[in-house]
Design a protein around this ligand. Structure first.
Ligand SMILES: [Zn+2]
Length: 356
């Protein structure tokens, strides 16, 4: 399997910590990528830099004004110091405009050039700071996903996009949950543009709300997400079983929330339901959003999976026999990322030891 990653993706270094009651924990640290690279190499794979797809390629799934904001906000923020204000080391919002969180809804575009207003509009929460090098990492992470999708379009049976930052909480014009550009949606859109139906399976601990939202009214892209019940877990506002799609996409979104504390054994029936739905949809390719924050010792996990869970995911996808783009999402226990990815690859490779 071909794997894609650019060293620029290490540059994003958020200074925010995730507060969990009395515990404060770092989350999207650059070491996550080092652990995943090592796992790819241990599996006998090589990690290749993605090709340069440019900035406009991201407009396939995001509004042009949002991408323009992401690419310029840090420089504009620092310029505030010129008028005697302390901008802080990272761009962060202090506004939260109400946007009507209806699944699939597109917002009225931001109507002002005010940087403060735009930051509130485009950065959905405090887990999405923009530091001096964030944009470079965001862009190259998206390019890794695009290159993995292209590898599959060129005939590879599988490709792995080592995306950092992650993407599945990124909406059409809004960052949230450590995510800025929706890498999995970008890969899925590239595959769908070739005329085939595409399924996205998201098995991160968190609901793939951005991916759901981007494709909610589309009949050619099925989105399926297994995740911890969102009544008391990010992203809270979506991820419920009654969100099934709208318009042409009615019936093309499936949410399978899991009770907090669910183990691998509790996960398997939901995984089987997901795979069954994908098989019935008969896509020409599948995008897997893989997150290892389902692991039982992950610092922000409310699920209790062991590594076998990821091998099961791999085995069931292999049994589908469809071209596959694997896109990295969450996972914040650095020591668990390598074993998690190795278990997934073991499941995907069982029939063909030389797949990687
Ligand atoms: Zn997650």
């Amino acid at each position: 399997m071909q794997a894609f990653f650019d060293t620029d993706q290490l540059l994003h270094d958020p200074q925010q910590f995730m507060r969990l009651g009395r515990i404060c924990h770092p989350t999207d640290v650059p070491d996550r990528a080092h652990a995943l690279i090592a796992a790819v190499q241990q599996c006998g794979g090589s990690v290749n830099p993605p090709r340069d797809w440019g900035v406009e390629h991201l407009h396939l799934v995001h509004s042009a004004d949002y991408i323009r904001y992401l690419s310029t906000a840090y420089t504009r923020w620092q310029a505030l110091a010129d008028v005697g204000k302390n901008p802080g080391i990272e761009v962060l919002p202090n506004l939260s405009p109400y946007s009507g969180v209806v699944p699939g809804e597109r917002r009225v575009p931001c109507r002002t050039d005010s940087l403060v207003a735009q930051t509130g509009f485009y950065l959905g929460d405090l887990s999405c700071p923009l530091g001096p090098q964030s944009w470079r990492s965001i862009l190259r992470s998206a390019h890794s996903a695009a290159s993995a999708a292209q590898a599959v379009l060129d005939g590879a049976s599988m490709a792995y996009a080592l995306c950092r930052p992650s993407g599945h909480h990124a909406h059409h014009d809004r960052a949230s949950g450590f995510c800025y550009v929706n890498n999995a949606a970008l890969a899925a859109q590239m595959l769908a543009q070739q005329g085939g139906k595409v399924a996205v399976l998201d098995v991160d601990a968190h609901h793939g709300d951005g991916t759901q939202n981007i494709f909610y009214a589309r009949g050619d892209v099925l989105t399926v997400s297994t995740h911890a019940d969102t009544h008391d877990y990010f992203p809270f506002y979506t991820g419920y079983a009654d969100e099934t799609g709208s318009g042409d996409g009615l019936g093309c979104n499936l949410n399978l929330p899991l009770a907090h504390g669910s183990t691998t054994a509790d996960f398997l029936p939901a995984l089987d339901t997901a795979i069954e739905r994908i098989a019935r949809f008969a896509p020409s390719a599948v995008v897997l959003s893989i997150g290892f924050d389902t692991y039982r010792d992950d610092p922000i996990s409310v699920l209790r999976f062991d590594f076998d869970a990821y091998q099961h995911v791999g085995e069931r996808l292999r049994a589908l026999g469809l071209p596959l783009v694997v896109v990295q999402e969450g996972g914040y226990m650095v020591e668990a990322l390598g074993p998690g990815l190795t278990a997934l690859m073991r499941g995907l490779q069982d029939a063909d030891a030389n797949t990687f």
